[in-house]
Design a protein around this ligand. Sequence first.
Ligand code: HEC
Length: 127
Amino acid sequence: MRLGIVTRLCFPALLLSGLPACKEEGPQPPSASDIRRAESLLPASAELRARYERSCMACHAAIDSKAPLTGSVAQWKPRIDKGMALLVKHAMEGFNAMPPKGLCADCSEADMRALIVFMSQEKEERK
Ligand code: HEC
């Protein structure tokens, strides 16, 4: 009985204390070379490139936007681990500071998927 109470009290405390620990395991802050890579990468397809350049790039190649950087596999890893379907949904509907459709009004769901694949990989066509 007493153990039951302890468990009930400790379980939420454990959950709370686990949160900062989770944060520490997160990706490292981006380095100067992460930024340079993000700025230099562009999708190979001209159509996708145009969409990327006028929307996603503004945040996903900028250090102060808090968006996972293009080409930073480590930053994208915890996102990709959530599953592509959820990422596409978040990209379409918005997610925290990430605006719906990433401000790309004419981006289809397929474009979103291709843009996410592009941004989460280290290599693509360079400028
Ligand atoms: C106005 C800035 C901005 C633009 C433009 C933008 N994003 Fe984002 N994006 C963000 C921010 C900030 C986050 C991080 C949100 C968070 O985790 O709280 C993010 C996160 C994401 C995520 C991860 C969502 C998740 O569930 O973890 C995806 C996928 C994404 N963006 C795709 C895109 C695509 C594709 C485009 C272009 C069509 C785009 N973004 C344009 C700011 C932007």
